[in-house]
Write a protein that binds this ligand. Structure first.
Ligand code: ATP
Ligand code: MG
Length: 496
């Protein structure tokens, strides 16, 4: 497998200085007193060497991790220690220098683990640092820094993790079949790290994922979506989706997406491959926005294409209604993946449903009323929708792409123009239900909704202005049609 070409050398000399910070000095003193060996380990060390912002610190000791955590907290006068007896871990929060963030420090006793076939829950026994490093997922995540007086700041790297950081390689410390079979979530993590860091997955490691893919079925939907969301949140998420597809993981938890793959041909007429189109749209959105849910809308915008695909004589391939059917598929997919079902889901659903609407506005003769309708339906999500639509232009034909982009600019202009004039983006009815009840002296009933709809449509169609003075006579007139009479003294607007 190809290696990353950018020359990158990990500078381990910095570790000496890092190990002299107050937390590590205290950890060192306490370890000496208790006669245990202690190390900073895992993601913290990796990110330190990569120069990525430091989040939380994990410290492992060869001994009782909880007792050690409590002693270090005392040495530092740190706050409360939170103990998780079941996991054998303890943590406290460290207030750093003024102005900087709080740091979570987590402690654990070094351990060896042995796994049962049907669960991620291992049998745990105390072990050495080496045992603990072996049970970690990847060589780059198994790096440790000594916190012991004798060699404080020394890197402990039994699996050549630094070399893999420099080459940009994801590789398991042990036989990958064992690592993945023990905890199948690690397969998702491999792809997540490859995507976040732009690394290659070493061939034997990748092949082991292919062999063990179906073991993912014992992992909970929550844990899978946590990794998937990190992939979607990465700078170039398509890397992760291609890997997920090719190693056989994607089909385990997201079969609808795999169905997008492939381009059928009939009578010499083909259609584009909607899987690769979708992940390109996702990359395009990712360049414009970090919003996870907007990125999810990109993932799902064409999800119903396979289910609406037809070959029509004279027209070729069509996907009529894929936006509505796709929107209707969103709740089921979110529910299965245990993603949030409230506001975020509704947003994704709405964007999928509306994703073709701006395109329909590119025609020269488009009316203001069509523009107003879109503003009304999209509301405050219009900007997100326009990002999605622009990202949806993936034509390889440069001339066509240019034309589409120009059309898109035109739509943006029309939207702006109409919104400035008519303010329907956050449409508030100029006449409320209470107004109508008071005007006709009627209790709540269906007529109120009907009158409101007539007024709304008249405004969106541009037949009346979006204000009370224009809407009032229409209300009176509509009431009349329904046999309603305005109460004396309420003939004019201004009773609001
Ligand atoms: P990030 O915090 O950026 O998501 P991380 O590698 O720090 O990435 P954490 O979940 O914080 O991930 O885990 C910290 C460390 O614990 C890892 O670096 C790794 O050494 C170990 N680890 C976490 N999850 C697993 C796992 N499923 N199998 C083996 N080791 C793991
Ligand atoms: Mg971490």
């Amino acid at each position: 497998m190809a290696e990353r070409t950018t020359a990158f050398t990990v500078d381990t000399t910095r570790l000496q200085g890092v190990a002299e910070q107050p937390l590590f000095l205290a950890a060192s003193r306490v370890a000496e007193r208790m006669g245990v060996r202690a190390f900073a380990i895992g993601g913290y060390v990796r990110d330190l060497l990569l120069g990525r912002p430091c989040k939380d610190i994990d410290i492992v000791c060869e001994g009782d991790g909880i007792a050690y955590a409590e002693a270090v907290a005392k040495e530092l006068n740190a706050g409360r220690v939170h103990v998780f007896k079941n996991f054998g871990t303890a943590m406290f929060t460290l207030r750093q220098a003024q102005g900087s963030d709080e740091l979570q420090v987590e402690f654990v006793g070094a351990r060896k683990e042995s796994y049962q076939r049907n669960s991620r829950k291992p049998e745990v026994a105390p072990g050495t640092l080496r045992d603990d490093q072996e049970r970690r997922d990847f060589t780059i995540n198994a790096l440790a820094i000594s916190l012991n007086e004798a060699d404080r700041g020394a890197l402990v790297d039994p699996f050549n993790g630094v070399h893999d950081l420099e080459r940009g390689i994801i590789r398991t410390p042990l036989d990958p079949d064992i690592t993945f079979s023990d905890d199948p979530l690690r397969m998702m993590r491999a792809i997540r790290f490859a995507t976040q860091l732009g690394y290659f997955i070493d061939a034997p490691t990748f092949e082991a994922i292919q062999r063990n893919a179906e073991r993912l079925d014992i992992i909970s939907a929550e844990r899978i979506h946590t990794e998937l969301n990190k992939i979607i949140g990465a700078p170039v998420p398509s890397i992760g989706f291609k890997l997920l597809l090719n190693c056989g993981l994607l089909v385990r938890f997201f079969p609808e997406m795999v169905e997008l793959l492939g381009a059928e041909e009939k009578f010499g007429i083909g259609h584009k491959d909607n899987f690769y189109h979708t992940i390109q749209v996702l990359d395009n959105v990712a360049m414009q926005s970090d919003d996870l849910w907007l990125r999810w809308a990109a993932v799902l915008h064409d999800i119903a294409k396979p289910r609406t695909k037809r070959f029509e004589q004279g027209r070729g391939w069509t996907f009529h209604g894929h936006e509505d059917k796709g929107a209707r598929m969103v709740p089921g997919i979110f529910r299965r993946m245990k993603l949030p079902l409230d506001e975020q889901m509704r947003f994704v659903k709405k964007l999928v449903a509306l994703h073709l609407r701006p395109i329909a506005l590119t025609k020269e003769e488009v009316t203001d009323s069509a523009v107003r309708r879109l503003l009304f339906d999209a509301g405050d999500d219009i900007d997100a929708l326009m990002i999605l639509c622009k990202a949806d232009i993936t034509s390889k034909n440069e001339a066509r792409k240019k034309r589409y982009l120009a059309n898109y600019e035109l739509v943006l202009e029309k939207l702006k123009e109409v919104e400035e004039k008519d303010r329907v983006r956050n449409f508030q009815p100029p006449i409320t239900g209470e107004d109508i009840m008071a005007a006709f002296n009627i209790p709540p009933c269906k007529a109120i909704g009907d009158i409101k709809t007539v007024i709304k449509d008249a405004i969106l169609d541009g037949r009346i202005h979006n204000d009370r003075t224009a809407a009032w006579p229409l209300m009176v007139e509509e009431g009349k049609k329904l046999g309603l009479q305005v109460v004396a003294g309420m003939e004019e607007p201004g009773h609001g």
